[in-house]
Design a protein around this ligand. Structure first.
Ligand code: NAD
Ligand code: IPM
Ligand code: MN
Length: 360
């Protein structure tokens, strides 16, 4: 009997609330199947700054390295917004992604058939469903390039951030994109800004070279501005999107909303091994924190991704995803996806509805 070691990082804001429901999901899986999950919590983000003065204590990173998977809620909040950049909660998130070597972030945007009227897009645009996998580069680009302050003659103080990608970095993320497309509908859209940025031109060259290894995959290139527009014009044209750290951050929030809500989108951050970090794509949502309003589905679906990618338990992953689908079909909704004729429930109720569906 296999025991999986999971480090749980609740974080700030709604993080602890949605994580509580995700933990309940894991406990339910334990009851139903013969797998064991050893959960241990640690600090990251604002709560780590409060306790230790840093957003990612060494002990947290060590604990994560010694785990099979990491489950994270969200970090950040107004309280820490005026701290210098390197000790903000968000810096802890970047440090854990880099520290664990998790260069690929998978963000699946799926529209559930019962949620079609939660999408802000017209019914005729979403009628045949949306199923997009955003593959976001996660440990490079402008998030990690040189940044600083300087001064510009006659213009005063200035600040800069640098977008830089190496061939190796693009190769490994492009490979994740192509491999993902091979398992799906074999259409890969590489999103860049190659009409302006040198880093994007290199990105495109590398992706084109690699496409020779994947003759079955139809490769398209799209500028990011057009991609943002195409996502709302005709999202069904997309299968897998592969893109840089910042473009992926922005486009995945957009993709989440066309499926109904950012509260629905999970993510998996993976690297060379099986250790992965699983987190909703949303943030700490300070505006609704502590009110039992947050949608826990993104985090619960992140648990499903954890079962799939780090634990190798595809059947459990499916079980969780089907449970979510059934609860939605029965008409239960948190505030972010509620509509006429559906029943509004809180975070805790949504979590328990899903766990009781899993137990069946
Ligand atoms: P956010 O994602 O926290 O919230 C944006 C909007 O979406 C808010 O109106 C919020 O109420 C809503 N929302 C988010 N998650 C929801 C959920 N599960 N259910 C219902 N509604 C939900 O983004 P923001 O407001 O730009 O950022 C708030 C803080 O979170 C900032 O400190 C930011 O840096 C941080 N942040 C952290 C992460 C992360 O930890 N991965 C991601 C994004 C933002
Ligand atoms: C996300 C968040 C983070 C990012 C921030 C909080 C650093 O927006 O996980 O999408 O930009 O990667
Ligand atoms: Mn984001």
């Amino acid at each position: 009997q296999k025991t999986f070691k999971i480090t749980v990082l609740p974080g700030d804001g709604i993080g602890p609330e949605v994580i509580r429901q995700a933990i309940a999901t894991i406990k339910e899986v334990e009851k139903k199947y013969e797998y064991k999950f050893e959960l241990s919590e640690a600090l990251i983000g604002g709560c780590a700054i409060d306790a230790h003065g840093v957003p990612l204590p060494d002990s947290t990173l060590e604990q994560c390295k010694n785990s099979d998977a990491v489950l994270l809620g969200a970090v950040g909040g107004a309280k820490w917004d005026t701290l210098p950049g390197h000790i903000r909660p968000e810096a802890g998130l970047l440090a854990i992604r880099a520290g664990l070597g998790l260069f690929a972030n998978l963000r699946p945007a799926i529209i559930y058939s019962s949620l079609k009227n939660a999408s802000p897009l017209r019914a005729d645009i979403v009628k045949d469903g949306i199923d997009i996998m955003v593959v976001r580069e996660l440990t490079g680009g402008i998030y990690f390039g040189k940044r600083g302050r300087t001064a510009v003659e006659g213009m005063g103080e200035a600040a800069y951030d640098t977008e830089m990608y190496s061939v190796g970095e693009v190769e490994r993320i492009a490979r994740v994109g192509f491999e993902s497309a091979m398992k799906r509908n074999k259409i890969l859209t590489s999103v860049d800004k190659a009409n302006v940025l040198e880093s994007s031109r290199l990105w495109r060259e590398v992706v084109i070279k690699m496409s020779k290894d994947y003759p079955e995959v139809t490769l398209n290139h799209m500028y990011v501005d057009n991609a943002a527009m195409q996502l709302v014009r005709n999202p069904m044209q997309f299968d897998v999107i592969v893109t840089s750290n910042m473009f992926g951050d922005i486009l995945s929030d957009e993709a989440s909303m066309i499926t109904g809500s950012i509260g629905m989108l999970p993510s998996a951050s993976i690297g060379a091994g099986t250790l992965g970090l699983y987190e909703p794509i949303h943030g700490s949502a300070p505006d609704i924190a502590g009110q039992d309003k947050a949608n826990p589905i993104a985090t619960i679906l992140s648990v499903a991704m954890m079962m799939r990618y780090s634990c190798g338990l595809e059947n459990v992953a499916k079980d969780i995803e089907v449970a979510v689908e059934r609860v939605l079909e029965k008409g239960y909704r948190t505030g972010d996806i509620v509509s006429e004729g559906t029943e509004l429930v809180g975070t805790m109720k949504m979590g328990s509805l899903i766990t009781s569906e899993i137990s069946k």
